[in-house]
Design a protein around this ligand. Structure first.
Ligand SMILES: Nc1nc2c(ncn2[C@@H]2O[C@H](COP(=O)(O)OP(=O)(O)OP(=O)(O)O)[C@@H](O)[C@H]2O)c(=O)[nH]1
Ligand SMILES: [Mg+2]
Length: 257
């Protein structure tokens, strides 16, 4: 583990599945967005994509040691890849983002800047100034976030964004087995456990762009079903915790960076 200050180096975790049409451009955009005084490691966590994403990254960045392609062939899945990337990261300061060019690397300096003050900084479509180019997707997510906010009683406006910065060590101290599984619903579990641990969260406005090449892996009907059942399970866990039937997560030490 790199001991360099969180103000000097960070690791970006990029989960990929069939992103050969986007990944090289994304890595270059991230490199271009790294603040002058900082160093950046980029971990591409690929679940053995049939389109050769892993091989492409390996060949394209063969001589670039800070770009680390990781191939996963077992226990695959979106959230598990993110956990794997966080565990493998060399720096304490981490950024997680999608690899389909929806999350814009141009926002990285702002996330890092606000990350000096708050434990988790989440790029949000729904706080003032946030937006999304795809209006239909924006409206669907907005309405679904209202449901999530009611169910989970959270003040966070974008519980499904997945573009965030945090400190690796603080995230790995959370109950990771209860968070990192499934698909995009891992994000509201993560935010919930972050809040439970007494860590601070702030949303900063983010503009989610259109996917670059390729197609989304999301299936709306399946997503609504699986996200809703995940939210209901989390809600019943919250109720159990509040009634004292289940142990709460240990409170984390206050933010110190
Ligand atoms: N490692 C890994 N990455 C995945 C997997 N499924 C999706 N991804 C990546 O996760 C990111 C989000 O996936 P998308 O298909 O864009 O889904 P989404 O962003 O939730 O939904 P859309 O808004 O419809 O694009 C992309 O970078 C994908 O390449 C998976 O099973 N394993
Ligand atoms: Mg996407």
């Amino acid at each position: 583990m790199n001991t360099s200050s969180p103000d000097k180096a960070f690791s970006v975790i990029l989960p990929t599945y069939n992103e050969a049409g986007n990944i090289v451009q994304l890595v270059r955009k991230i490199q271009a967005a790294v603040p002058d005084h900082m160093e950046c490691e980029i971990l591409v966590v690929d679940d053995n994509s049939p389109d050769g994403t892993y091989e492409l990254v390996r060949e394209s960045f063969r001589d670039v040691s800070c770009v680390v392609p990781i191939l996963r062939t077992s226990d695959r899945g979106f959230a598990k890849s993110i956990r794997h990337g966080i565990e493998r990261a060399s720096n304490d300061r981490i950024i997680v983002m999608d690899s389909d060019l929806t999350h814009d690397p141009i926002e990285i300096p702002r996330l890092l800047h606000v990350g000096q003050i708050y434990d988790v900084v989440s790029g949000s479509r729904f706080c003032a100034g946030g937006r999304m180019t795809d209006t239909k997707h924006y409206l669907t997510s907005l309405v679904y976030n209202w449901v999530l906010r009611l169910l989970l009683r959270t003040q966070v406006q974008d519980n499904l964004g997945g573009y965030f910065t945090a400190r690796r060590e603080q995230i790995l101290r959370l109950p990771v087995d209860e968070i990192f599984f499934g698909y995009g619903e891992y994000y509201f579990r993560l935010l919930h456990f972050v809040q439970r641990a007494g860590l601070s969260i702030v949303e900063v406005p983010s503009h989610y762009l259109l996917r670059g090449a390729g197609t989304s892996k999301s299936n709306w009907a399946r997503m609504i079903w699986s996200y809703t059942s995940a939210a209901l399970r989390l809600k019943s866990r919250i109720a159990m915790t509040e009634s004292g039937k289940e142990e709460d997560v240990p409170s984390s030490t206050p933010h110190s960076s």
